[in-house]
Structures are given as C-alpha cells and as structure tokens.
Design a protein around this ligand. Structure first.
Ligand code: MLT
Length: 249
C-alpha cells in the first residue's frame, strides 16, 4: 500500500528482462501476452481445460510429452513440429480437452509466467478477461505489477495496450495510482488505441508475423475485450481457474 495517499499501486513492466527492476514490493503479478499465449490460456480455462502447465523450453516440453501429457508448443507463431497443438485460442475450445491438463510452451508468454512464478500470487490477464480480472484486482486491495511478455525481451504494442487497459481501469476504480512512466505511457497508448485496436496494431511486428501465417482470426479474437470471464491462477506450477482455489490468495 502506498501510504502517502493510502492507495495501491499498479505498474506495468514492458518486458521480462526488466522484471528485476520493477518487482520489488510486489507480490501480486499479472502476466499478459495478448498475441497469443495468455489469451489462449484464459480461453482454455474458460472452456473447461483443467489446468495448463507453463513450460519455458522445448526440451522440458518433450520430457512431459514422453510422460504422456498433452503438450502444446509454439515458436515464432507456428506449431512446433512433433506437437499436436499450438497457441491458437480456438484450439482450446475443443471439447476433447475438457477436464484435461495441458502443458504449454510458447516463445514469450510461458517464459514470462515462469519468471514471475516465485511471487505469492500470479494470475493471467488478457484483453479477453479484462473486466473480470480488474474487478477481482480491485477487491484484493494489493499492489499490482503487470508483466508484459513482449517479444524476445523487447517491448511490444499489444501487451502495452493491455497493460494500459488494466492500469486505466484500476485507476478509474479510485483505489489505485501509478508512479512509473511505463504505466503512464501504457495508459495513454491504450487510450489512443482502444476504439480500433486491430487497425492500431496494423504495423506491429507480431501482428504482421501472424498475418503471414494466416492467423488474422486469432488476432481479432485476442483483441476482443471481455469474451471470457475466467481468471487463471498459478497454483503449484499449474494454471487453474481462480474460482477453484479455495484458500485466500
Ligand atoms: C508467445 O508466447 O510469444 C506468443 O504467444 C506467440 C504466439 O503464439 O503468437
């Protein structure tokens, strides 16, 4: 709690390599990777997937595959050879995945989750679960750090927009302030993008990458606010639905 004004802080960290500069004093982290890892994870949990194991490397993913897990793997936007599933939110709407645990490795998103995992509370955010996530964050009365997965440790626009949306909503609740310039910048970028995020992101590097892979439908889905209510939370190394975690987080 920021004692001078008696409000909580919400701050945005633009890339995993900067996490150590921002993390001090925060024990609640929201990890975001709008295109597409955290949008896919929120969608999977919403559609009844029991849990997602976030995996940082392909080697770890192959080990879990040998152990019999369903394993999804994406690198540079494409499904990795030897794996059946990738990172499209649509693939997690498959009723056959209901009740199953899936291990997932992605270029940036799952690595960012693993970087944040030592924190007391790690939840997953996206534009898809924006309002339910922000309502829950307001109820927590705790400082919130939003960790953007970025692209290979660099800033990206889509995560910045989502970080700005979360910041804007929390500040508008009257309970939060931001100190960092990154958070102020994210909020202003969100405000200039929010009326047409798809067009705003036309030139963004990952949108271009996904367009080249014919994945525009995934982009439209990931940029649709509030089509999901689920809030995945990390519990013993597995992302599960927040409403199934009994104890206070
Ligand atoms: C990532 O983790 O970098 C992404 O989700 C990439 C993608 O699948 O679009």
């Amino acid at each position: 709690m920021s004692d001078s004004v008696n409000k909580n802080r919400v701050e945005v960290c633009f890339a995993p390599c900067d996490f150590h500069q921002y993390e001090e004093g925060f024990d609640l982290v929201v990890v975001i990777d709008v295109l597409r890892a955290t949008s896919a994870i929120c969608t999977a949990i919403e559609h009844g997937v029991k849990g997602i194991i976030p995996v940082a490397t392909l080697d770890e993913a192959r080990e879990l595959q040998k152990e019999g897990y369903i394993v999804a793997a994406e690198r540079n936007g494409a499904v990795v050879e030897g794996f059946d599933l990738g990172n499209s939110p649509y693939s997690y709407m498959n009723p056959e995945l209901k009740g199953k645990t899936v291990a997932l490795t992605t270029t940036n998103g799952t690595k960012a989750i693993r970087i944040a995992e030592q924190k007391k509370t790690v939840v997953i955010g996206s534009l898809n679960n924006l309002t339910s996530l922000c309502n829950w964050l307001v109820e927590q009365k705790r400082d919130v750090l939003v960790l953007a997965s970025g692209w290979k440790d660099k800033f990206n626009l889509e995560d910045t927009i989502c970080g700005g949306a979360i910041t804007d909503m929390l500040i508008q609740s009257g309970q939060f302030i931001s100190d960092e310039d990154s958070s102020v910048a994210a909020k202003f970028i969100y405000r200039s993008a929010k009326e047409n995020m798809f067009a705003y992101l036309k030139a963004s590097s990952h949108r271009r990458r996904l367009r080249a892979l014919d994945l525009n439908a995934d982009v439209s889905y990931c940029l649709t606010p509030n089509n999901v209510c689920a809030i995945p939370i990390l519990k013993d190394g597995i992302l599960v639905p927040l409403n199934e975690v009994a104890e206070k987080v």
